[in-house]
Design a protein around this ligand. Sequence first.
Ligand code: IVH
Length: 673
Amino acid sequence: MKNSVPTDISEKLKRLRSRIKSADYAYYVKDSPIMSDAEYDELMQQLINLETLYPNLIIADSPTQRVGGEPKEGFAKVAHNPPLYSLSDIFDDNEIAKFDNRLKKLTGMNDITYSVEPKFDGLTAAVRYEKGVLVQASTRGDGFVGEDITVNVRTIRSVPLLLEGDAPDLLEVQGEIILSKKSFIKINRERRMEGLEPFANPRNAAAGSIRQLDPKITAKRRLLFFAYSIRAIDQMPESQNEILLLLRKFGFYVSDLNSIALGIEDLIEKKNLIFKARYSLEYEIDGVVIKVNDLKLQNLLGYTAKNPRWAVAFKFPAIEKSTKILNIEASVGRTGIITPVAILKEVNMGGVIIRRASLHTWREVKNKDIKIGDWVFIRRAGDVIPEITKVITERRDGSQKDIVPPEYCPVCHDKLIEDQAYLKCINQDCPKKISESIIHYVSRGGANIDGLGDEIIIKLLNSGIITDEADLYELDVERLKKLPGIKEKLATNIVNNIQKSRRIPLDKFLYAIGIDSVGTQTAKILESEFSLEELSAASKEELERIDQIGEKTADDIYRFFHNERTKKKIERLLAAGVEPVRSVKKQKKLCVFTGTLSLSRSEAAELAEKNGWRIAKSLSSKVDFLVAGKNPGSKLAKAKKLGISIIDEAEFFRLLDEKQSQDLQTGLVGLPV
Ligand code: IVH
C-alpha cells in the first residue's frame, strides 16, 4: 500500500508538521505568534484529515498524537532511581563566594567552571525515552516516588514524542513544566468569568494543570517544558554544557539564558545577567541555578543526604510579600469603568516601593472576601502593578471593614450603571474620563508626545488652557510657561513635540482616539484595510469581513464613527492640523479565494500574504481578484457581476514570488538550532 501514497502527500504532511512546530515555538517561547489561532486550528485540522486518509503515514511525533487520551481514575506511582534531589538555596553574593570557596577547597582547584542557568518556577518532571520514543513522564513527588503523568505530558508541545537525531537506547531527562505569564493571565481570566477562584501564581496553575485526570484539560492549558538535566543515557557527556547542547539536539527547549562562567567574578556577572532578564521573560524564573560544569568533578563532589554538593540555587528576592490594605479607592478609567484600587501599607519588593494594587472588578473584591484593614499577600509579576493573591484571614482582629462598591462616580458624582461585570460612569463630561483620554492620546502607542506627562495634562485641564486633545495643537511656549514648574526649555520641547506629532501614522491615530476594543494590533489591521474616510463610512458587515475583526470590535468601531461626540472629536483634531498618514506599502492587492485548491486555504493565504497581497473573506468592490479553484461557489458569479478579475490556481502560482514561497515551505523560521 505504501507505494500508492503520492510523494507530494508525504511532503505535505512534513510541511504541515513543521509549520505547526514553528508556530508552537513562536507562540510559546518568542511570544510573537506567526499565525492566528484560527489558522493554527485549520492547519491542525488539515493534518488530522490527511492522517485519517493515510493512517500509515502517521508518525509518533506528529502534533496530532498529543491531543489528550481518556480521563483517568488516578495517578500510578513511579519510583525514582536515582532520587530527584532538590538544591540548597542561597540568597546573596557572599553565599555564592562561600559556595565557590568550599568547592575549591574540596577539589583543590584554583578556579572552577560553572554552568549558570535560570531557575524555572514550575514543577519538575522526569521524562523517559526508550529507543527515542517517549515512554514515561513522572512528577517529583517526595523525590523517591512520584506520580505517572505520561498522558498529560504528551500534550505538552515542547516535549518531543520522538527524539530528533541519533537517539540513544535509553534517555531520562529532567526539566521543569511551566506556564507562560500570558497563559496564566488567560486561565485566571476564564476562571474569574466562571466564578472560580483564580490561581495564585503560574506555578500553582501549572501544577493544577498537569495533575488533571482529564488530559484534554491539560492540553488546553498550553504548558511549556524546559529541559536542563540528563538523569540517564547510554553514554553520558563530559559536562553540563554538553548536556544542554545534546538536549537541544534531541529537540527539547533549552533556555537561551544558560551560560558558562569561570571563577567567582564571572559567575556573579552571569548570575546578574539572568536576574536582569527576569522581568522581560515570557515565563517566571525565581532564581539562578549554579552547577559545576565538569561531570567528573560533580561525581567527585557527590551528594549530601538531601542535595548535590556541586550545585546551588540562588533565589531572587521574593515577588510575593504580605502587607495591609489601608483603604480602597475607586479609580475612573478612560472608558468610564470604575475599578477598585487597594491603597497599601508601603512595602519594598525587589527594590521597588509598592503602595497600590489593582483588584480588577468589584466582583473580585467580593469573591476574595477582601476588607479594609486586612493583611494580604501581594505579588508582582513583571513590572505590572501587583495583584492581591490572598487574604490572610488568620490576621483579622475584628477591626476590618466591609468594602461597599460606590453608587456614584467619585469624580463627577453622576450615578453609576452596571455594565456586565463592571461599574461604569457614563457622563461624557466626566473630567477624569477626559483627562484619561488625553493621557491615552499622547501616549507612546498613540500621538507619542514626549514630555507631556500626566501631571501637566491635568494642570492644563484644571487651568482651562485646554479642554480636549485638539486644544493641544494651539499651545504655545508662553501659555505653557504659565503653569507652575514649567520652564522655558521644557515648554519649548513640549511645543516642538506637539507640532511634530501632527503628521501621525494612521494606525497610531486610530489607537490614540480611543475606540473601544481597538488596541495597537487592531489599529494596524484597520490601517492596512481602510483609509480614515473609508473606515468612518464602513458598515458593520464590511468591518466584520476583515479577518481578525470580530462582531464586538466591528460594533465598537461602527458606533465610534456614528456617535456625534466622537465624530466631532475627529473633526476637531483634523481641523487643528492633525494629518493621519497611511503607509503606501499597506495599499496591497486584495484577493479572495473560492473553490478547492491543491493546497489549503490558509496555506494559499499565507503564500499570498508573503507575496504582498491582502486576503479578504468575501467579495466587495474593493477586491482586486478572485482566485478560483475547483468547484467554485457563488462567489464566481458575484465576482463576474462586480467586474473583478478571476484567476485560476496556475495563474495564482505564476504570480507568486518564487523565493518567498520556497522560504515558506521550509517552515523552519524561528526554530531553535
Ligand atoms: S537542576 C540535582 N536546573 O529547582 C539537580 N533545577 O531546588 C537537579 N529547577 O528540583 C536540579 N530550574 O525543580 C535544576 N535549571 C535548573 C532548574 C532547576 C528549576 C528546579 C527543580 C529543582 C529545584 C531545585
